[in-house]
Design a protein around this ligand. Structure first.
Ligand code: AQP
Length: 337
């Protein structure tokens, strides 16, 4: 067996529903970069998931290429990991259909993210939003994934994925690897700069709330300066009671790698204005090279197209093998029968 085939498999993805944010580096991309050398990684641009919210078609197309370019700019190496677009591998939607016939209506109804998202998008509570975790299960199971890096908000969906895999394996014979959650090395959850009790989000209508990875230096400085803090006077790390200033400390930590305790020690008595200026400087220095690489890569659409075509081909080889097994087991006739 080659070394590559002995490596455990990881699957993860991001929706191209906007320009990626500093939150995506904190919670996803920097972990992916660290994992790509030790695991067989599939990093997907999950465009079908993005359709659960109504998208402007031209934006969705643009953000799909932005997303691919940002994966590379952040340090994903296509020689190590497979980068591809979900809709280019039809097996995702096909397996999701089969898995939906194994999912109880009640169990899908219990997904808390559906409840939250349907409140957020009350004008468009579509069946796709409801079935989202089933498509996510298909994403994961197609690649015989061993480990899925998940944040707190996705744990329930991974549990459903495991239940569906076990249910299918018990009904037929072992077909799917049962995936385990992978608790990433870096777990930071960056919060909105305007409402630090909410997650920093790419689709937040208030652009001052989010550091987008393509923001220029002036925008970064302005957003940090305007970040909502509190009426305290000291720089302390206390996410429950001082979420605004704690979020800025997290951002400084992300940008410099300095330990939180050291940052707090150094700036404890500094004014908020001084600390914000230091955070802005650190962030500008951290993001500038990422942004420069991003624009260089993004400019070459032929290169990106080629990368994504090759990625989809690699992914489909693995995914189709799993899908064919599933089709055979459930009894779908094929000319090879
Ligand atoms: N603020 C964040 N802090 C830490 N991690 C984050 N991630 C996203 N935002 C933060 C991580 O990125 C991956 C999934 O991203 P996604 O864009 O597919 O979904 P999302 O979490 O719904 O991100 P957004 O920006 O909030 O998207 P919209 O606005 O479209 O709903 C996950 O690994 C997540 O932890």
């Amino acid at each position: 067996m080659s070394q590559a085939s002995q490596r455990l498999t990881i699957f993860s993805g991001i929706q191209p529903s906007g320009m990626l944010t500093l939150g995506h580096i904190a919670g996803a991309l920097r972990n992916w970069v660290a994992l790509q050398y030790d695991y067989r990684c599939f990093f997907c641009i999950v465009d079908l998931h993005a359709l659960t919210v109504r998208q402007v078609p031209a934006n969705l197309r643009r953000w799909t290429l932005d997303c691919a370019a940002m994966y590379l700019a952040a340090g994903i190496d296509p020689a190590q990991a497979t980068i591809f677009v979900q809709s280019h591998v039809p097996a995702h939607a096909e397996l999701a259909w089969v898995l939906s016939t194994f999912t109880g209506f009640g169990e899908a109804s219990r997904m808390t993210q559906f409840k939250e998202k349907s409140e957020q998008h009350a004008h468009n509570v579509n069946v796709g939003l409801f079935a989202y975790p089933i498509l996510m299960a298909a994403d994961i199971l197609l690649y015989q994934t061993n480990l899925v890096p998940v944040g707190e908000d996705q744990k329930q969906h991974l549990e459903l994925t495991r239940d569906l895999a076990q249910r299918f394996n018990n009904a037929y014979s072992p077909t799917f690897t049962i995936p385990e959650p992978y608790i990433p090395k870096y777990g930071a959850r960056l919060m909105s700069l305007q409402d630090p009790r909410k997650k920093m989000s790419k689709s937040d209508p208030n652009h001052n709330a989010t550091i987008f990875l393509a923001d220029d230096n002036d925008a970064i400085r302005r957003k940090i300066q305007r970040a909502v803090t509190d009426s305290g006077t000291t720089i302390e790390y206390d996410p429950d009671n001082r979420p605004g200033i704690s979020n800025l400390i997290e951002i400084y930590h992300l940008a410099t790698g300095d330990p939180i305790e050291q940052i707090v020690e150094h700036y404890r008595t500094a004014s908020y204005a001084t600390f914000k200026a230091a955070v802005a400087d650190a962030l500008v220095a951290y993001l500038e090279p990422v942004r420069t690489r991003f624009f260089q890569i993004r400019d070459d659409e032929a290169f990106l197209a080629d990368l994504l075509v090759r990625g989809a081909r690699e992914a489909a080889q693995v995914a189709n093998r799993t899908l064919q097994k599933v089709y055979r087991k459930v009894g779908l006739w094929s000319p090879k029968d």
